[in-house]
Ligand binder design. Sequence first.
Ligand code: NAD
Length: 293
Amino acid sequence: MAKRIAFIGLGNMGSGMAANLVAHGHKVEAFDLDTAALGRAKLAGCGVHTSINAALDSADVVVTMLPDGKIVRSVYQNDVLKWAPRDALFIDCSTIDVASAHAVIAMAGTHGHPMVDAPVSGGITAAKNGTLTFMVGGSDAAFAAAQPILSAMGAAVVHAGGDGAGQAAKICNNMLLGATMVATSEAFAMAEKLGLDLQAFYDISSKSSGQSWSMTSYCPVPGVGPVTPADNDYEGGFTSALMLKDLRLAMAAAAESGANVPMGHRAAELYEAFVSAGNAGKDFSAIIKTLRK
Ligand code: NAD
């Protein structure tokens, strides 16, 4: 059933996601602090608003896609809880710290709003094509209410568990991704030093016990494996800045929960150094350049 959806945060990801909601017949009312983002939303068929309360007016559902936990907390506390209609469902798709997800869902609950944390896997292209994977935390009832909305924006919608479980799944997954990208990159770099042909190494390892998504779907070596950001001078994928953001969230969650994550910790250190050296905007697979030297 078509819903009236307030969409807050129409950046690289949110703009494509909102366009897919429009394509599925929903009435999307957009708000962003950036006028260029609002311009893109208008082109995608959204109603656009320069005040957040106008976007939230009469909303059945509120979707947020914002940069970090501090902003998410502030937007819900200062605006969404103030202006959204009484029974509106809240869906936060941003990648944020688990503690902020718990805090915002608890705040929503005290005001009677069902809410899920629903971070995504997949980048800008998946957001545009409606092929994101959503990992969702929240009650069974909140998940059931959010599922049809999320399905309009993604190819897979998985209920990870209770409040905050979506964020927990996201940072565990991305910590694994960061570590496997470093490990895959160093294996290619060592293969090269040992005189192996890198295509031959790919042909062997991609069918052997060393294979991973970082190798077979996102190979960091140009000209080897499928077409990836490596074939475009490491432009246009998942930036190293965003990988570092997720690894920092993972390290904070590990410290809070007492988890022992030596590989994740080392990956975080390597991406800290890589980003500090001026590579924030490069795809995260470009870390191989530091290892091939
Ligand atoms: P982005 O910076 O392109 O977009 C964020 C948008 O939020 C911007 O348009 C900004 O103007 C807006 N914004 C900031 N503060 C606001 C406020 N107070 N009120 C209204 N709008 C506000 O970021 P993005 O790449 O779209 O990422 C969004 C989220 O998705 C992040 O949490 C990121 O970690 C996560 N994510 C991104 C990717 C990716 O490939 N880009 C992949 C997976 C997850």
